[in-house]
Structure formats: structure tokens, C-alpha cells
Unconditional design. Structure first.
Length: 250
């Protein structure tokens, strides 16, 4: 897949759904991936699993399920280190990886230059942070800071951004950032608990606001008992996405 500015074809339906394998062991991740591989668009592997089991091993095993793999390493270091990490992620054969926009322009450029065939997206402001926390950290509210980070990413040849649902409208409306690929955590169907996410939306709400990919963890991996199992939860979310897409097409 290519970035939007290079002819990227935006996903639809189940291709939008990236299931977060945020579990402590590779055996658990394998079980979940085996159950869901035909139901969803791809998988995300993050810091807990990568640290516990080792990045190369995790990527090798999860790639066997034949779905796109998002390597959620959240690189944030000096430019040379970020660039070398980007090259390493590319050599692993991942579909997409990420870097914190707060690492700065030079680090973003290094990642863009060293990404190989992978997509690289910039993490803007974590979805767990409330607006007052964002102001304490960055001196401005989430909506403004996310847009600033997205503009920085666009100027430095990053393919897209990771952002919370409430910031999507500003990113899509801005001339610099409107074509960026958007990867959106904080997805919570009305039947799921909020958990530690602060800035959230339903699957339909995120799609309507301009999300490309939805990162979904607990609502699918550990769904409420009244929803059914993981496959049932995934299908409910995909049905909601498809209804939202139909609404946008009218």
C-alpha cells in the first residue's frame, strides 16, 4: 500500500480494523490471531509483547497469519537512533511502524528516509491523555497540538498520523494534513467499557470523522460476555463500519 499523496487507496469495511495484540505472551497473541485472521484487516503488536518476547520473534510469528502488521514501537529518540530503528523495522518486513512526532523534524525525516517499503506514521498525542493533561505537557489543548504535530509530520514526508477520534476533523480540514493516512485508537463501541482511554469515539463516529484505520483492542480481544466471543465482537464492529460507509456514500 502507498501513502495517500502517492495514490494510496483508502481501506473499506473490515480492512480498516487493526486488532491490538496487547497481551503478555506470544502464545496468547497466536491464539487471538488464529481466531481473528479471517475476520479483520490486520494486527498491531506493541511494547509489552515486543519487550517480553522479542521483536523479531513476534513479527515472524504474527506475519504467518497473512495479515498486515502494524509495529507499534513508538520510536522517540535522537534522529540517528530513530532512523536506524526505522531501517530495522523495515528489515523485519512490517507493513507499518510509528514514531513520536515529538521526536522532532530531523527524527521524522530520518524515519521517512529509512522506512523502506513500510509505511511510517507519527504518533501525535496519546489517546489516554485528557485535554488538561495535554495543556500541562505541551502548553496547548489536544486539538491544536495534534494539528501542529500532523503538520510537522506532513512537512517531513511521513505517511500518516496516529490520533484520537476528536482530532480527525481538524486534520482532514487542513490543507497540509488532509491527505495523511489516519490511524485511530480510542475506538469504543457503545457496548464496550471506556477503560483508560480519554478521547474516544464509536467505530461509526471515527469513520464518519475521517479515520482510515481503527486500532481496536479490548472490545474485540476481551469483549463483554453479552456480545459473544471475539469473532462476534469483530463482526459487530465491522457491521457498524459498513453502515457508516454507506451513510457517507449517500
Amino acid at each position: 500500500m502507498k501513502a495517500a499523496r502517492e495514490g494510496f487507496v483508502r481501506p473499506r469495511g473490515k480492512a480498516r480494523v487493526l486488532v491490538a495484540l496487547d497481551v503478555p505472551s506470544l502464545s496468547q497473541a497466536e491464539t487471538i490471531a488464529a481466531e481473528l485472521q479471517d475476520e479483520i484487516g490486520g494486527f498491531k503488536v506493541g511494547l509489552e509483547l515486543l519487550t517480553e518476547e522479542g521483536s523479531r520473534r513476534v513479527v515472524e510469528v504474527i506475519r504467518r497469519f497473512g495479515r498486515p502488521l502494524f509495529f507499534d514501537g513508538k520510536f522517540n529518540d535522537i534522529p540517528n537512533t530513530c532512523g536506524r530503528a526505522a531501517a530495522a523495522a523495515s528489515r523485519l518486513g512490517v507493513w507499518m511502524f510509528n514514531v513520536h512526532a515529538s521526536a522532532g523534524a530531523a527524527a521524522l525525516r530520518q524515519c521517512a528516509e529509512k522506512k523502506g517499503d513500510a509505511l511510517v506514521v507519527a504518533v501525535t498525542v496519546l489517546t489516554s491523555l485528557k485535554d488538561e493533561e495535554v495543556k500541562d505537557l505541551f502548553g496547548t489543548g489536544a486539538a491544536q497540538k495534534v494539528l501542529q504535530f500532523a503538520q510537522l509530520a506532513a512537512r517531513n514526508r511521513i505517511d500518516g498520523v496516529v490520533c484520537a477520534p476528536p482530532e480527525l476533523a481538524k486534520i482532514r480540514a487542513d490543507a497540509e494534513t488532509g491527505n495523511l493516512l489516519t490511524v485511530v485508537p480510542g475506538i469504543r463501541p457503545i457496548w464496550a467499557e471506556t477503560g483508560d482511554q480519554a478521547r474516544i469515539a464509536t467505530p461509526a463516529g471515527a469513520v464518519a470523522a475521517g479515520a482510515d484505520y481503527l486500532v481496536v483492542g479490548r472490545p474485540i480481544v476481551d469483549p463483554p460476555s453479552n456480545v459473544g466471543g471475539r469473532r462476534a465482537a469483530a463482526r459487530r464492529i465491522i457491521e457498524e463500519i459498513e453502515e457508516a460507509e454507506q451513510g457517507l456514500a449517500r
